[in-house]
Design a protein. Sequence first.
Length: 226
Amino acid sequence: MSRNTLQFLKELSANNHKPWMDANREWYDEVRQDFLSEVEGLLKMLSLVDPSLGILKPKDCVFRQNRDIRFSKDKRPYKENMAAYFSPKGKKSAGPGFYLHIQPQGSFLAGGVWMPPSEELKKIRQEIDYAGKELHKILSEPTFSGYFGGLEGEQLKTSPRDYEPDHPYIDLLNFKSFIVSKKLEDKEVNSGAYIRMAEEAFVKMQPFLEFLSRALEDVEDGSGTL
């Protein structure tokens, strides 16, 4: 990815309105195409690790630049980042996936499930109830924890319904999202090193994503929302 992309996003952040975007449409088209090309290359690499991603095209993964402002107090029309979500059912899937976020001084890689609906959250908690020891082992494995740290996201202040406060895996059950992430520096984005880092991160998080996928299998195959 060229330095041009981060510069575009920086200037968009300072001029987040339609007249500026209209005046810089060619620049936007250039960086958008650059990002789509990077995502295409990344898809090919990630598909070697997870063949189910092989059916995806870049447009299935990359989010629109326009924000949905219909119900938001924030009326800025454009996202100030470029992002892609790699999941077998594409960017609209609520299932486990791998996320790439490009933003000046705020780029990162992430994976897991973010704020799943109640039915999916229930399934993940059931899997933790049955196999929390396995998830603990995945999260504490040195090459995993040293790379990502721990789980991130909002947690309940009390134990979830149907689970006692002294449950052996209450530290995991209290999460409302199941996410791990790796920060990217601007220099890593500008140099293209983030592509190699993304592949490395994706490989490392496979056991974590597989655990979440297993938990949601019957939701995806049945009448759930995925």
